[in-house]
Design a protein around this ligand. Structure first.
Ligand SMILES: [Fe+2]
Length: 286
């Protein structure tokens, strides 16, 4: 371990870990060292650049508190979260794709009956969302659990709203005997990820914008099937091809179809005009 050079330093650092007790930890750290050294060599990292990196990571840490997790934001905006999600959620074609969970999930959302409204009185353009939860062979999955959460028409979640003491725009539904689900809501809006910190400065320096396209989050589970966390994106949204966290999948883009029929509005118990969204989820058997 003396006279280390550009060519043998990486091996020396990896070899120094042979007494590590956890072999997986040794594997992960060894790979990290290998890629970190290769990165430093590839870009010919200068002294000021190394220091700028240290200061950036320090600022990311200082921005974290019990409500704000700037490191997850950093992972999300670098695509690391989505890469981790993709390799851990490989599924056959035709099965509903996984996408990013995001920071606004709440495990204790209210249980609602099918066709109920999750908007809790918040203003917006009414939406009737319906469809089925199916197995890959098209057979219905009764009693599948659908957890739903989304932003309001200004891009804010209930957790971000001042004076909001109850939950809104979130709920838990169970499919009927035919695998069907339905609920009423309002059209979500695009929103920026928190960009008033070091990650926001990084996005600016990268020439990137901080918005996510409008979407509704879902977490689906059913006995005998793999659960899936996903989002449905509003077709036509201006940010579909520049999602700040790289979560958009073609199969998850849905049309919000405008309906101006007074008769239909009365049938669905919404004001006129409104939007309908039809989407079937497909779960992979265990
Ligand atoms: Fe979201």
């Amino acid at each position: 371990m003396r006279n280390l050079s550009e060519t043998n330093l990486t091996d020396a650092v990896i070899a120094a870990m042979t007494q590590a007790k956890d072999p997986r930890f040794e594997e992960v750290m060894g790979s990290l060292v290998k890629h970190l050294h290769a990165f430093i060599q590839e870009v010919n990292l200068t002294e000021p650049e190394w220091m700028a990196g240290i200061q950036f990571l320090t600022a990311v840490g200082k921005k974290c508190d019990d409500k704000r997790q700037e490191f997850i934001l950093l992972s999300d905006t670098l695509g690391a979260t989505t890469m981790k999600d993709i390799i851990n959620n490989r599924r056959p074609p035709g099965v509903t794709e996984y996408t990013i969970l995001g920071p606004f999930y709440q495990p204790d959302a209210p249980e609602l009956l099918l066709s109920e409204d999750i908007a809790n009185g918040l203003p917006g353009e009414p939406v009737v969302m319906k469809g089925c939860v199916l197995a890959p062979d098209g057979s219905p999955i009764p009693n599948a659990k659908l957890e739903v959460w989304q932003s309001d028409s200004s891009g804010f979640y209930d957790l971000q709203m001042e004076n909001m003491n109850s939950s809104a725009l979130r709920g838990v539904f169970h499919t009927d005997v035919k695998g069907g689900y339905s609920f009423r809501t309002i059209k979500p809006a695009p929103y920026p990820i928190p960009h008033d910190g070091p990650v926001g400065q990084m996005l600016t320096a990268m020439g990137r914008q901080p918005y996510r396209p409008a979407h509704i989050h879902f977490m689906l589970s059913a006995e005998g099937y793999q659960p899936v966390t996903t989002e449905l994106f509003v077709a036509g949204d201006p940010y579909l091809d520049s999602d700040a966290v790289f979560g958009v999948r073609e199969s998850l883009i849905v049309s919000f179809v405008r309906n101006e029929s007074e008769e239909d509005a009365q049938q669905f118990n919404v004001s006129n005009p409104f939007y309908t969204v039809d989407y079937d989820f497909v779960l992979q058997p265990l």
